[in-house]
Design a protein around this ligand. Structure first.
Ligand SMILES: Nc1ncnc2c1ncn2[C@@H]1O[C@H](COP(=O)(O)OP(=O)(O)OP(=O)(O)O)[C@@H](O)[C@H]1O
Ligand SMILES: [Mg+2]
Length: 521
């Protein structure tokens, strides 16, 4: 910095004194009206000379002091910029007290650029001059952001920049938000009663992703593509006049990764998960209420749908009931008791179908419905027809391709001399990814003998596969033997029946001859 000499100091002092003297004269000799007039025009003149526009965004708006969405969006947008731009930052805790977010400190200014236009943001706060007692620290403090830009850029800023900030801010909020896992079984109602008709939630922290999911790569890519298309499909669904939702049916034996797939889907799309326990839902009305309460961007999952409801034989049962009712038309008491029984019957297939494609199911939007089952063949075809369950995904036994994903996840290896043998065995043996994964868990944390441990794991897996193969072939032999035995028994029974029939016919012929001729041969 340049140093001022003694002479310069004395010049500055006399200039200041002259200004102060002129101001005092102005206040003393000019009438107040004239002073006002001069001030007003002075301000206008300075506004004319000052080329910047300032826009303020308050934290709370309206008479009811509602938190401004724009303020929150700007806060998120700037927190991203300020952690790399601003010199003074303040740290806030977000995400359920788990991580820190840095944002610019008060009176700090950061510069942003958009389409070649430069602009400045600052965070500000004002505290009222009169100190009032408040239970909440900072409750009467007013926080706001100020945006400054050149007046020639007004069009760009108000036209596209601000909506860009809001959009970005909301997207950052969605990324930062702690996702939730909701469940309806045995929660607490708001009066403290146990209730299954309300959702309770915990933080959703399942670590599964599509990268850790062991399944055919091609199938995985196809599912991811389908999910992306769905989540970007708002306009498309509106155009074709369909509610913005999609049904997935995941089927396969236990331990093939159906539940893991749901978690991977939720993590991939950044959606909440609603785990709907149908057996605790009293009736269709309650089911409808629960579903209306679900939020957008969510996956509603009903696990083991075949066990949740008697959906399978229901249609036949209904038909049978109708028949019974017809037979009982003349018996009103019996018909009434049948009706009562039906009322008690919990959620029905038609209730569930309404949930999937009833008019009200379109409230909101952007929802994925997932059913999982071990027995797809048991489900009523109406429940899983395309259009309701749009995509049927078979989760199958672990083959080599899926094994490679597990080996990478569990043992951190891409290849190994034992892979060839494992590959062959996996093609011949049905083992679930859950069982394969169990064999790939390292038993110790010791880094020194990790290589040895990896080999032990793989060898154990080979042993397990061989045992499974032997057991499967033994079972197949046993099944074949039982089948042959059954067939033999059936054949013998049929032969016996035939010979009895022949005997009876022969006896009848003989009796007729005796009757006709009175002769005994
Ligand atoms: N495809 C897979 N990829 C990665 N891990 C898997 C896979 N399948 C199963 N696992 C592992 O096995 C465990 C059980 O899997 P999961 O619960 O997803 O099976 P499921 O198909 O839902 O079984 P169930 O029919 O019994 O509900 C998971 O914790 C996971 O670690
Ligand atoms: Mg499961």
């Amino acid at each position: 910095m340049m140093m001022m000499k003694g002479e310069q100091w004395s010049n500055l002092g006399s200039t200041m004194a002259a200004i102060m003297f002129a101001y005092a004269m102005f206040r003393q000799y000019f009438p107040p009206q004239l002073q006002d007039y001069i001030f007003r025009y002075g301000k206008k003149l300075s506004n004319f000379m000052y080329p910047y526009v300032h826009v303020t965004f308050d934290e709370f708006i309206g008479e009811r002091m509602k938190k401004s969405e724009a303020f929150s969006a700007i806060q998120n947008y700037l927190s991203d910029k300020s952690s790399s731009n601003a010199k003074r930052l303040k740290a806030d805790v977000v995400k359920d007290s788990q991580s820190l977010v840095l944002s610019m400190d008060y009176n700090e200014e950061i510069t942003d650029e958009f389409n070649g236009v430069k602009l400045w943001w600052s965070a500000n706060r004002t505290t009222p001059k009169t100190q009032q007692f408040s239970f909440y620290p900072g409750a009467d403090e007013k926080r706001f952001y100020t945006l400054k830009f050149h007046k020639r850029d007004r069009q760009v800023i108000t036209g596209i920049y601000l909506s860009h900030v809001l959009k970005q801010g909301k997207a950052i909020a969605a990324d930062n938000r702690q996702r939730k896992l909701y469940s309806n079984g045995g929660g607490q109602g708001w009066l403290g009663h146990r209730s299954s008709s309300t959702w309770t939630h915990v933080a959703f922290e399942h670590p599964a992703t599509f990268d850790t999911l062991a399944m055919d790569e091609k199938k995985k890519r196809e599912i991811k593509k389908d999910l992306v298309k769905f989540s970007n499909g708002k306009a498309y669904y509106a155009k074709i006049g369909k509610a913005w939702k999609r049904g997935y049916l995941l089927y396969g034996p236990p331990g093939t990764g159906k539940s893991t797939m749901v978690a991977a889907m939720a993590n991939f799309l950044n959606y909440d998960v609603y785990d709907l326990e149908l057996t605790t839902v009293k009736n269709n009305v309650e089911l409808r209420r629960l579903l209306i309460e679900t939020s957008n961007k969510s996956i509603i999952v009903i696990e083991d749908i075949d066990c949740s409801l008697d959906l399978t034989g229901q249609r036949e049962e209904k038909k049978k009931k109708k028949k019974d009712d017809k037979n009982e038309e003349g018996d009103p008491i019996s018909a009434m008791s049948k009706n009562e029984e039906r009322k008690e019957s919990e959620v029905t297939l038609s209730g569930l179908l309404n949930f999937i494609d009833g008019i009200w199911s379109a409230c909101g939007g952007e929802r994925i419905i997932v059913f999982t089952t071990n027995h797809v063949e048991k489900l009523d075809p109406a429940l899983i027809r395309r259009g309701r369950m749009d995509k049927h995904i078979e989760m199958s036994y672990c083959r080599f391709e899926a094994f490679k994903v597990l080996a990478k996840n569990y043992l951190d290896i891409d290849s190994h001399p034992l892979f060839g043998e494992i590959g062959n065995l996996l093609e011949e043996t049905d083992m679930t990814p859950a069982d394969v994964a169990e064999n790939l868990m390292l038993k110790s944390d010791d880094d020194d003998d990790e290589e040895e441990e990896v080999e032990t794991c793989l060898k154990n897996l080979i042993e397990a596969l061989k045992t499974a193969k032997e057991e499967a072939s033994k079972k197949a032999e046993e099944d074949a033997r039982l089948k042959a035995e059954k067939e033999q028994k059936e054949k013998e029974a049929a032969e016996k029946e035939q010979s009895v029939k022949e005997d009876v016919t022969q006896d009848a012929v003989s009796a007729k001859e005796v009757k006709d001729n009175g002769v005994i041969h």
